[in-house]
Write a protein that binds this ligand. Structure first.
Ligand SMILES: Cc1cc2nc3c(=O)[nH]c(=O)nc-3n(C[C@H](O)[C@H](O)[C@H](O)COP(=O)(O)O)c2cc1C
Length: 372
């Protein structure tokens, strides 16, 4: 029996992922002063037990003011590092053998937001004054950010490097830089948010300069045998914004700077953009970057069924598939994908005795998958 594409390993530098399934970063807005707690333990723990090749812990601010909301994670001091050490140590003990990565972020002008269930937008309390590439607010009703000075840029870069040092001590297997969804690095890339007239604004080379400096600085601080990934929004989906053509050039540049994989998302920079949301709608963007740049690529966005994921890999759209909301709905997504695709995988020994014997649902799920 041939192993389905989704269950074939993938090696990135010194790290071999056991399969091509990834959990993408998903903010839980449940941290206390930036620290991961019990919610995170059960949330990531349930997913870790089913063994996706990689779990990317949600956006963590490299400084407190780099968080998306006052309730987001950060990795900037001993207390936040200790909380991550507890979380990652627990996840490594759950037997799923997933690589654990962290998404390092600075939210820039979109920082200090309210939690989604409090209505989103700028937080009514607990927020902070923001900084960005230029003094252009995200949308009406959002505060005007301060344009970053040369000193700010040096400090920001060092904050990413310091967070990478803490990520290494925590025991993360990989770092994923957040250069997507309208956060700070993306704010430098897009001409809609970057109106600078110095060497960090204007031409594409100039707009890419700060994100690439961050990539280079983190790559230099992160061990050579550990992968460094990046997440991008391949297009702003709006006239005058960041484009897929520019993403290809950016990917060539960050590949040369030592990035090992790219997760291709889109949007988030312009509040009035209209992305054509539908099943697998970002796959063509991932495919283009994979083929034109030749870098391992992770696809994401409304890829929910195992067969859809398998087809995307088989057709060469991507090297990995991230399933976000599918995992929130079903944290054992990997087990069900293995059943649907006929892959033989290991289960935690604690559950082995029950499989297919005490639980009639397993046989039912298999017969339904076969009929699919
Ligand atoms: C609750 C929630 C929180 C999210 N937080 C993040 C985040 O921290 N960083 C990020 O890059 N994307 C974030 N995203 C986007 C997801 O990683 C993913 O790209 C998106 O959900 C589309 O994939 P899906 O259709 O498989 O859910 C979040 C999505 C959700 C639903």
């Amino acid at each position: 029996m041939t192993t389905p594409h989704l269950f074939q390993p993938l090696t990135l530098r010194g790290l071999t992922l056991k399969n091509r399934v990834a959990v993408p970063p998903m903010c839980q807005y449940s941290a206390i002063d930036g620290r991961a707690g019990d919610w995170h333990l059960q949330h990531y723990g349930a997913m870790a037990a089913s063994g996706p090749g990689m779990i990317v812990i949600e956006a963590a601010g490299v400084v407190p003011d780099g968080r998306i909301s006052p309730y987001c994670l950060s990795l900037h001091d001993d207390a936040t590092e200790a909380a991550f050490t507890r979380l990652v140590g627990a996840l490594k003990g759950f037997g799923g053998d997933s690589a654990i990565a962290v998404q390092l972020n600075h939210a820039g002008r979109k920082g200090g937001a309210a939690r989604p269930w409090e209505g989103g937008g700028p937080a009514k309390s607990g927020g902070w004054s923001t900084l960005s590439a230029s003094d252009v607010p995200f949308d009406s009703g959002w505060p005007t950010p301060r344009a970053a000075t040369a000193d700010d840029l040096a400090h920001l870069k060092q904050s990413f490097v310091d967070a990478a040092g803490r990520a290494l001590r925590v025991g993360f297997d990989a770092i994923e830089l957040h250069s997507a969804h309208g956060y700070l690095l993306h704010q430098f890339l897009s001409p809609l948010s970057n109106r600078r007239d110095d060497r960090y604004g204007g031409s594409l080379d100039n707009r890419m300069r700060f994100p690439l400096e961050v990539v280079e600085a983190v790559r230099a601080a992160w061990p050579a045998d550990k992968p460094l990934g990046i997440r991008i929004s391949a297009t702003d989906w709006i006239d005058g914004g960041w484009t897929a053509d520019e993403s290809v050039v950016y990917a060539q540049a960050f590949k040369a700077a030592g990035i090992d994989y790219v997760c291709v998302s889109s949007g988030g920079l312009a509040a009035n953009a209209k992305p054509p949301i539908g099943p697998g709608y970002q796959l063509p963007l991932a495919r283009r970057i994979r083929h034109e740049v030749g870098i391992p690529t992770r696809a994401v966005g409304l890829i929910a069924s195992p067969h859809q994921a398998e087809t995307a890999l088989a057709e060469g759209d991507a090297d990995m598939i991230a399933v976000g909301r599918g995992f929130l709905d079903n944290p054992r997504w990997v087990w069900h994908a293995a059943q649907a695709l006929g892959a033989d995988i290991a289960y935690p020994p604690q559950y082995m005795a029950a499989l297919g014997r005490l639980w009639p649902g397993a046989a039912l799920a298999r017969s339904q998958a076969a009929a699919e």
